[in-house]
Design a protein around this ligand. Structure first.
Ligand code: MN
Length: 380
């Protein structure tokens, strides 16, 4: 018995509002179906954010229908939970996965139906639960009792301190139920493998493509792809299969050597470009003394020869000037920490109110935002 774990495919995502990025994401999804068929896995499990939005573009739905039909033809079942991205934003809306389920292309586990038996492997799964539902989620998890270690739990949550969502997690590691052989988690986009006390394996497949710039470091280190869980030996083993995605590189350019830096980058990338199947995306960090924006922009144009898209990700030349009179928020910490520091130190919020604001910023579900705002206003 071999099960392929994939997560956070984000079909319909248009990074930088570019057509080619939307197509890249579809292409990566096609590769995953190819891998599943070639590897002859017995099932595929998907731990959420199948689509980038609850109401995905028609094209995303079409790609999903076409690709999942290929899986079905090979009689490979797909068991899925929903993530925060594809969950309904209002109570009356439905999961887009329901359309796929209607066609018999997947089995969606949610709050009513959270169990599926795949031969002798027990699979439990709960779709994403927002912060306001954390206590109910914990109660549900407490009741989950797998009958053996040949069991998988599927979640799409922030888990402290395992996943660095400092202020927006719904679970502590100690809330995770005991007795499972493997707990697979979506939501976090880097690949992580972690063994808990008691031997349960936490397996995070990450996203099979680069969905945000925050994933660059993890991508350089561990690449992107899917995980195969293999039950052919007494203890399950896991191995990774990489997806062949468009490369994304972080490059530093010094404004004091603008021409020289751009030229050497073009030379370097020209030699690399044959290795890549797709032209890379460049995330540029500007260093040096501030220079006219128009001068910089015109010089950077050279880079379009060796990249599909480039962008100034960070401009450290003007950073110093702009922050001269602002109170200090340490720039090295995570985005969550910086927002928290700003709210507490600069805007003088209490820590608990700052946490609420942060969860409102991250919450996509309108009903949840409404509940959080009521709490913030002291109405609940
Ligand atoms: Mn995601």
């Amino acid at each position: 018995m071999r099960i392929l774990h994939v997560s956070d495919t984000h079909l319909g995502k248009r990074q930088y509002d570019k057509d080619f990025r939307e197509e890249d994401i579809y292409d990566t999804f096609r590769q995953i179906i190819d891998i599943s068929i070639k590897e002859r896995v017995n099932a595929v499990i998907h731990t959420g954010d199948f689509f980038d939005k609850n109401e995905p573009p028609n094209k995303a739905m079409l790609v999903a229908l076409r690709e999942l039909k290929r899986l079905k033809e090979k009689e490979i079942p797909l068991i899925a939970i929903a993530g925060d991205h594809d969950s309904p934003k209002r109570g009356s809306n439905i999961f887009p996965q329901r359309i796929l389920e209607e066609e018999g292309l997947l089995i969606l586990l949610d709050h009513q139906k959270n169990y599926y038996k795949l031969n002798d492997v027990e699979i439990f799964g709960i779709s994403h639960v927002p912060l306001t539902g954390a206590n109910a989620l914990k109660e549900k998890l407490e009741k989950m009792k797998p009958s053996s270690r040949k069991s998988i739990l599927m979640l799409h949550q922030g888990v402290n301190p395992l996943l660095p969502y400092q202020y927006s997690y719904q679970l502590e590691v100690s809330d995770l139920p005991k007795g499972f052989g493997i707990i697979t988690i979506g939501h976090f986009h880097d690949r992580i493998k972690h063994v808990l006390d008691g031997g349960t394996l936490i397996e995070i497949a990450g996203s099979p493509d680069i969905i945000s710039v925050a994933e660059l470091e993890g991508y350089q280190k561990n690449k992107k792809g899917v995980t195969v869980i293999d039950y052919s030996t007494s203890e399950p083993s896991i191995h990774y299969i990489n997806t062949d995605i468009r490369p994304q590189l972080e490059v530093t350019i010094n404004t004091d050597n603008l021409e020289k830096d751009v030229k050497s980058l073009v030379i370097k990338l020209t030699s690399l470009i044959n290795e890549y199947k797709k032209k890379p995306i460049l995330h540029i960090i500007l260093e040096g003394t501030p220079r006219k924006k128009s001068e910089i922009v015109s010089k950077l144009r050279e880079l379009s020869k060796v990249s599909e898209y480039y962008r100034i990700a960070k401009d450290n030349t003007s950073y110093i000037d702009e922050t001269k009179n602002n109170p200090k928020v340490s720039p090295t910490s995570s985005l969550d920490e910086m927002i928290m520091e700003y709210l507490v130190k600069v805007a003088k919020y209490t820590e608990s109110n700052a946490k609420l604001v942060l969860s409102i910023l991250k919450e996509e579900n309108e009903d949840e935002v409404y509940k959080l705002l009521r709490k913030f206003a002291g109405l609940d």
